[in-house]
Write a protein that binds this ligand. Structure first.
Ligand code: ADP
Ligand code: MG
Length: 929
């Protein structure tokens, strides 16, 4: 039983207060057909809405089966509407975009009835109102009477105890009205039906009770139910069980709604996707550009690592010495005299002062410490240490002649240098270089202070298991064979068009050394030179056997206990070659077509493994061991490294000349004479011509005499110029002694400019802590070349980020507006849902689900459109830039993030509108047309 007790309701519109109901009391039986009659505006709809829980009374009480509703919460009202009340409206209020069946199902959907059951019950309800065949039609495909029957079926599907009908026949013709009334009469057999009408005929014909309303007051009641006849139960609070709708139901509801409005949904999604497309495009372009910049940076950094050499010029210091630079602050206005400028003098001194010796041993310790700050900035190539490997390589030419890979064939060495010596004498050429050449021969030392120039060490990988760096394997391709896997394997490096310098071809012994000699002679005499440039088979080159002799092995102990350099002695070399490490060419490589960096010159590449072998070998060689045993005497000639006074020097000079053989003595005599002549002094043999006519024996004897009578001053002069035995360190270096802890240079590779700058900072931090002598001076070529590039790149990045930010804001505003419009448009639907018992939460959930789906569609659409746009976009970019280096592409993670962003933004944009929707007063919403 329903008890309406002293209910009042008034509407306020501005200052105007409209009393819709004024202290209305009426009791309704559980089973009767009540017709409420009254003119328009008398408060009939208001009363009905209050009975149905759609609208709330201001004063009084609605007692449902003895339960007061005074303390009802929204939830209770929702549940009451859903389970106990069915509504039928004058304007049917069917949801136009859903089928008849779905419309009827709605009440069940809201209460969370499983789908199959929902279907069955909805069909049954439609069957009952005689619409069994029309279940799949849309409301607009039905007549008014049929639509009203659908509305009745919908109201009844939940089998409510109360059916409320607001002018159900108001829009129907009289014949159809009668059919509907018949139906309602049928329905009223086992429940309470309250029908509002202004048609007294129909009311009197069908209703069991007629209540007349006027200006919010009950005028008459044909069959009142006195309250005292009803045993008044204690008023208690009670719910009807929850109206619940799962998220999935919301989504499917929204999805159906969107599906029924395909074109609209696609347009909405497209509008929403414009922002996403904008962002995705900017993201793609910036990803492409960034990838390009990164690649350029990495390539640049691979070609120009930060380098630290044992000895280095501080290029920055030199650069900083420029005077009167625009930035230098000078007071020019008050200068009224001449100011001597000392910068050029100081510049010269700063040049010498800028030569620094770096303590790489300590720095390597720092680099070896994995905890050092620098490691986080080191790029993929890593840190490379170089050592001054010293070795010679010998091979035989097709005629069996021994060839030194130094560039000259052994036999030729003496002749060639003799020839050039004569040439030097004749033309008065570069005497000092001639001298140094002579000295090296006289003192038994060699010029050979490094590996043959055709040889380059291949940059090793970061771990011991990768002997070849990725930089090399990425930039070179194997033409034949494979990469070296051990110390005795080398590769032949060709230029991109398979060329190899002719000199290297001769050095490798692939062509007869004699031909090279002839060729060079022809060149020297200014003749046309015929060169042999026939292609050479890969196999032929790879068969060439190379003997590698470490520098230390080229020093052989003599009978007199001194070591002699035998690098020019073919017999000795043949002997040494027998036990030498045989290098085999196991592969031929050349730069790939788009090589980014080509650190290997055409020639031969050997591995770090060979360097390692050389380090160990030199360490244990006899010459190094012996020199270590007597650190103050030169093992090459037995002389002291540093004689204490002039007398000792003179003695050493005499002893040294005495120890020489005849031809060596003659050589030094000629040199001393030449030098004296050049300086306008008297030499031992007076005239060059005279000297030229003498035999070696005569020259040597003459020199002996000259030495015997020479003053101490002359002897010291000879000592200083020709005998100086260098130092212990020089010797050790000549013997090829290397220390793993003391590399000759360190190259630190970064992947980006920022990392490179951070590496610079790390070194500065290292220097801050290091003692004065241990401070490191490094060369940063890239930094010197292009300091501003990083700034430009940063600016571009920030501009792109700003663009993305703007697109984002625009996109979210757009989505919010779209959702808001959608809410406005669906106000009526919200009212219907609420009338069915959907809670506020349900309503907002439906809207959120819908915006979510739109967001998802927008996102996916945006990504799809972007991917499509990128195809012509890239083609255009490549066309205009003239390069396909820059490739805009959408990273997968970015795409996923954008879809999520789109969903989130749409949800946020739709949040306010959906809350507005949920908050809408259902009664008001239903009044909306
Ligand atoms: P009926 O259904 O009998 O035609 P209503 O119950 O719809 O009458 O309205 C009763 C009175 O309350 C009318 O004067 C109407 O103008 C007023 N009214 C109804 N709803 C509102 C509202 N939401 N805001 C202001 N006035 C309203
Ligand atoms: Mg009305």
């Amino acid at each position: 039983m329903l008890q309406i007790e002293h209910i009042s309701k008034q509407y306020k519109t501005g200052d105007f207060v409209q009393k819709a109901l004024d202290d209305v009391s009426v009791n309704l039986r559980d089973n009767e057909f009540v017709a409420i009659l009254g003119p328009s505006g008398s408060g009939k709809t208001t009363l009905l809405n209050i009975i149905g829980g759609l609208d709330h009374y201001d004063r009084g009480d609605l007692i449902i089966n003895g339960t007061s509703t005074k303390r009802y919460k929204d939830r209770d009202w929702d549940s009451y509407r859903n389970h106990s009340v069915g509504f039928v409206f004058q304007s049917y209020n069917l949801i136009p975009h859903q089928s008849i069946l779905s419309n009827v199902e709605l009440a069940l959907t809201i209460s969370g009835v499983p789908r199959a059951q929902r279907r069955e019950r909805a069909r049954a309800a439609l069957e009952e109102v005689g619409l069994g065949q029309h279940v799949d039609k849309k409301p607009n495909q039905l007549s008014g009477g049929q639509m009203q029957r659908v509305a009745i079926a919908r109201a009844l599907v939940n089998n409510p105890k109360i059916l409320l009908a607001d002018e159900p026949t108001g829009a129907l013709d009289s014949e159809t009205s009668i059919q509907i009334m018949d139906l309602l009469k049928e329905v009223a057999k086992d429940r309470l039906v309250v029908m509002v009408t202004h048609n007294p005929d129909l009311a009197h014909r069908y209703a069991t009770r007629i209540v007349e309303l006027h200006d919010g007051v009950i005028l008459s009641d044909s069959d009142p139910l006195p309250t005292d006849q009803v045993p008044l139960r204690r008023v208690r609070h009670r719910t009807f069980g929850r109206a619940s709708m799962s998220l999935l139901t919301s989504i499917s509801l929204s999805f159906n709604n969107l599906r029924s409005k395909k074109a609209r949904t696609i347009l909405t999604s497209f509008a929403g996707s414009i922002g996403i497309i904008g962002i995705a495009l900017i993201l793609s372009v910036s990803t492409g550009v960034n990838a390009y910049i990164d690649r350029i940076q990495q390539e640049t950094m691979t070609s120009y690592p930060i380098s630290i050499d044992q000895q280095s010029f501080d290029l920055n210091k030199i650069a900083g010495a420029s005077q009167d630079s625009p930035g230098s602050k000078r007071d020019t206005t008050h200068r009224k005299a001449i100011y001597p400028d000392d910068t050029s003098i100081k510049g010269a001194s700063s040049l010498t002062g800028s030569i620094t010796k770096n303590n790489l041993t300590d720095f390597k310790k720092y680099l070896d410490d994995p905890k050092s700050e620098i490691h986080q900035y080191v790029g993929s190539v890593g840190i490379q240490y170089s050592y001054a490997s010293k070795f010679s390589v010998f091979t035989h030419d097709p005629k069996g002649t021994l060839v030194n890979m130094d560039g000259v064939n052994i036999e030729k060495t003496d002749e060639a240098s003799a020839a050039s010596q004569m040439a030097g004498l004749g033309s008065g050429g570069d005497i000092s270089s001639l001298q140094s050449m002579q000295i090296s021969r006289l003192t038994g030392k060699s010029d050979q202070t490094k590996a043959p120039r055709a040889f380059t060490e291949i940059m090793p990988g970061r771990t011991d298991r990768t002997p070849i760096s990725k930089v090399i394997t990425d930039n070179y391709k194997m033409v034949k064979g494979h990469w070296p896997q051990s110390k005795d394997q080398v590769v032949l490096v060709l230029t991109p068009n398979n060329k190899l310098p002719l000199t290297t071809v001769y050095e490798l012994g692939l062509l007869p050394a004699g031909d090279y000699k002839d060729m060079m002679n022809q060149l020297n005499s200014g003749q046309e030179v015929k060169t042999d440039t026939h292609p050479i088979d890969y196999d032929k080159a790879m068969k060439q056997e190379l003997s590698m002799i470490p520098a230390s092995d080229l020093y052989v102990k003599q009978d007199n206990g001194h070591y002699r350099f035998v690098g020019n002695d073919a017999d000795q070399i043949d002997r040494l070659s027998a036990n030498a490490v045989k290098l085999s060419i196991v592969g031929i490589i050349k730069p790939v077509d788009d090589a980014k960096t080509t650190p290997l010159d055409a020639g031969l590449g050997y591995t770090r493994m060979l360097t390692d072998y050389l380090i160990d070998h030199a360490q244990s060689s006899p010459v190094v061991q012996d020199q270590k045993a007597q650190p103050d005497r030169n093992v090459l000639n037995g002389l002291a490294f540093a004689p204490s006074d002039d007398a000792a020097k003179a003695a050493d000079a005499k002893a040294y000349v005495d120890s020489l053989g005849v031809s060596q003595k003659a050589n030094i005599a000629r040199t001393v004479m030449t030098a004296n002549q050049a300086q306008g002094q008297q030499g031992p043999g007076n005239q060059a011509a005279q000297l030229g006519n003498m035999t070696e024996q005569q020259v040597a004897e003459g020199f002996d005499r000259y030495m015997a009578q020479a003053s101490q001053e002359v002897l010291v002069g000879i000592y200083n110029q020709y005998v100086s035995t260098g130092s212990y360190d020089d010797n050790m270096s000549d013997f090829g002694l290397m220390n793993r802890d003391a590399p000759t240079s360190i190259r630190i590779y970064a992947d980006s400019f920022e990392d490179k700058n951070s590496i610079g900072d790390s070194i500065t931090h290292y220097n801050d802590k290091a003692s004065k002598d241990n401070k490191i001076v490094y060369t940063d070529y890239v930094g010197l070349m292009m300091n501003s590039v990083t700034t430009i790149i940063n600016v571009i990045t920030y501009v792109l980020i700003a663009f993305v930010g703007v697109s984002l804001v625009v996109s979210s505003i757009m989505i919010g507006i779209i959702t808001y419009i959608s809410v406005l448009e669906r106000t009526k639907e919200i009212g219907i849902l609420r009338a069915m018992g959907a809670s506020k939460h349900n309503v907002s959930q439906v809207f959120n689900a819908e915006t979510g789906i739109i967001g998802l569609t927008s996102g996916l659409l945006g990504i799809a459109v972007t991917l499509l746009l990128l195809i012509p976009g890239n083609a255009m970019m490549h066309h205009f830039m003239g390069t396909d280096e820059v490739n805009a592409f959408l990273p997968v993670r970015g795409a996923v993030a954008l879809v999520i962003l789109s969903v989130v933004l749409t949800l946020i944009g739709g949040l306010i509108p959906s809350r507005t929707a949920a908050k809408q007063d259902p009664a008001t919403a239903l009044r909306t047309e």
